[in-house]
Design a protein around this ligand. Structure first.
Ligand code: PLP
Length: 442
């Protein structure tokens, strides 16, 4: 019997963490009001709460216009469509992100071009963007994750130089600020998710923000079955879909938005307390915080575990042990999209992959074979550790439990050598496989 819970010791933590999602009487009464109104859906468009929420959400982030939609994947599709992305256009995306960042690019029959992330932030590496630009490139789609922003100054300069649009995937960045400007408001458009795990949630939901009326009008039409937008100044006409959010969801989101700043404060305080506890541990690495990031959105706390410093004990063993100490955690939170089992791209289904925009393209682009992004691959398969935000919504003592557990596993890492355990096996499973064994599927 060892000290670690995974080898028979006593776990650091056996109490539950702060529950997620958070709700109160406010959500309940907002929901009841919508129920009683019998006006539950997304039509008439935008419906009462969807409109009120979208306006507040856009203002909160410093954009002029906001539109609430059915989910975050759709928000990205709507943003791309609003920006005028057309079949065959190329869109630069980070390799290290959720597959839902990239799927919408393909859905519009555009071509995603993967670029590696920075080892310091895990966000799109601006230094690598220019070499991926071709005459077909129309947009850059940075994803702000791991409590960081992609370098929006550098991306903005590149975009201006090459006449590209910038669409920010802000699914992890609600309330975050870059140079005092809210997530999604520095680029041309921002897309957000309100799926269950996110910093604000209605179970599902999404939003697009922009300060450009033309894009806002197109976004509205696309989301509302092609109908004219409310202002219709640009008189765009397009085939659209029903991508509307319901008023039941939007009513919840209005309350969630009010609660966000207070939660962000608690999370940020606890995360920095945690960070100070693990900062000097040999073999653990912190990501860098850019001073231009004037408010941090703390969706998941992400740090690096270096197997080399722990006698080559793989990350899955570290994570399995940490989980049994009572701390929920993940490593394969994201994979480089081009390697992920959730990205079984078939060039027959996305004709633009076969179009020969580059001279002499003999075969369709094979997105799964043509990329190697070393930073993304190392982050995904070897070193990144992701801790969910809700465990940082408790007290300082709760936070100390997280740090105590991490330190305990590091100090007793030798107990994991050669250990086989279902918790370790689970941590080595991709997100494509895990639903077979996990009850909770955030
Ligand atoms: C980075 C990123 N982009 C896009 C999405 C898509 O959002 P949704 O799950 O609401 O469709 C998510 C969330 O799952 C995400 O984490």
């Amino acid at each position: 019997m060892g000290k670690l819970a995974i080898s028979g010791g006593t776990p650091v933590r056996n109490k539950p963490w702060a529950p997620w999602p958070v709700y109160s009487k406010q959500e309940a009464s907002a929901l009841l009001k919508v129920l009683a109104s019998r006006n539950w859906g997304g039509y008439p468009f935008p419906n009462t709460h969807a409109d009120a929420f979208a306006r507040k959400f856009a203002r909160f982030h410093g954009a002029k216009y906001g539109l609430a939609v059915a989910n975050g994947t759709i928000a990205i599709e709507v943003a791309l469509k609003a920006a005028g992305i057309r079949p065959g256009d190329e869109v630069i995306v980070p390799a290290y992100t959720w597959e839902g960042t990239v799927g919408p690019v393909l859905l519009l029959n555009a071509v995603p071009v993967f670029v590696d992330v920075s080892p310091h932030t895990y966000c799109l590496d601006a230094d690598l963007i220019e070499r991926a630009i071709t005459p077909k490139t129309r947009a850059v789609l940075p994803v702000h994750l791991a409590m960081n922003f992609a370098d929006l100054d550098a991306i903005g300069q590149i975009a201006r130089r090459h006449h590209l649009l910038v669409i920010e995937d802000c699914a992890h960045a609600h309330g975050g600020k870059w140079r005092h400007k809210g997530a999604g408001a520095t680029g041309d458009l921002g897309a957000f998710s309100f799926q269950s795990s996110k910093l604000m949630t209605a179970g599902e939901g999404g939003a697009v923000i922009t300060s450009r009326l033309e894009f806002f009008e197109r976004a509205q039409s696309f989301t509302n079955c092609g109908r004219a937008s409310a202002t219709d100044r640009y008189r765009h006409r397009m085939i659209g879909f029903n991508y509307r959010i319901t008023d039941l969801q939007a009513a919840i989101l209005e309350v969630q938005l009010e609660r966000l700043p207070q939660q962000a404060k608690v999370r940020e305080g606890n995360m920095s307390r945690f960070e100070n506890r693990i900062r000097d541990v040999n073999g653990l690495g912190l990501l860098r915080r850019d001073a231009r990031q004037t408010r941090t959105a703390a969706y998941q706390y992400v740090f690096k575990y270096s197997p080399e410093s722990f006698g080559s004990i793989p990350r899955a063993a570290f994570l399995g042990a940490l989980e049994l100490e009572g701390v929920p955690c993940d490593g394969l939170f994201y994979e480089p999209v081009y390697k992920s089992a959730l990205f079984p791209v078939d060039a027959q289904e996305y004709p633009a992959l076969s179009w020969g925009h580059l001279e002499n393209r003999a075969a369709p682009l094979d997105l799964r074979a043509m990329y190697h992004c070393p930073v993304s691959e190392r982050a995904a398969y070897e070193e990144s550790v992701w801790l969910p935000h809700h465990i940082f919504l408790g007290s300082r003592r709760d936070t100390d439990d997280i740090a105590d557990a991490v330190l305990k596993v590091c100090e007793n890492i030798h107990e994991l050598r050669g250990l086989k355990h279902p918790a370790i096996a689970r941590k080595a499973m991709s997100r494509a496989e895990r639903p077979r064994v996990e009850k909770r599927q955030w």
